[in-house]
Design a protein. Structure first.
Length: 152
């Protein structure tokens, strides 16, 4: 299993950053490069505990679908989405938020995943997928930061 951790400091309140991170609309916009769209479930607004969304996007040259459910939420400090159906053997994304001040928040992503196909999947992760997933998270967080700080 691979664990990625990404920390981003955002110049906005913890409530604003928390809501932007769980916004379906912002997620779609932030993933424009993969043509991400909602296939089923919550199609807009803020996703809540127990809700599911199924995404369709182009990754690594192929159209793929991923269904996730929000399995944990402690507003505005954390929420977790977990794969219900998709290409990974396992996927969990825990989003954590810490207030530094009234206008500054640390956003921490803990992203765990496992690829299928045994040792071949593990080699593929090391050679390519770990970096690909890290860059997706980094780009998404940069987008959240820009929106939160009113730069977009």
């Amino acid at each position: 299993m691979t664990e990625l951790k990404l920390t981003t400091t955002v110049g906005a309140s913890i409530n604003r950053v928390f809501d932007l991170a769980r916004s379906i609309d912002l997620h779609r916009s932030s993933m424009d490069s993969t043509k991400e769209e909602v296939v089923s479930g919550n199609k807009e607004g803020l996703i809540e505990l127990g809700q599911r969304v199924r995404w369709r996007a182009k990754h690594l040259g192929f159209w793929r679908e991923l269904e996730v459910e929000i399995t944990q939420m402690d507003p505005p400090y954390s929420f977790t989405d977990e794969m219900i159906d998709g290409d990974f053997s396992y996927m969990q994304h825990h989003h954590e938020f810490k207030s530094l001040s009234q206008h500054s928040t640390i956003m921490i992503d803990h992203f765990k995943f496992a690829s299928p196909y045994g040792w071949i999947g593990r080699v593929f992760n090391k050679l390519y997928l770990n970096r690909y997933m890290y860059n997706l998270l980094k780009d998404r967080n940069a987008y959240i930061k820009a929106v939160a700080e009113n730069k977009i």
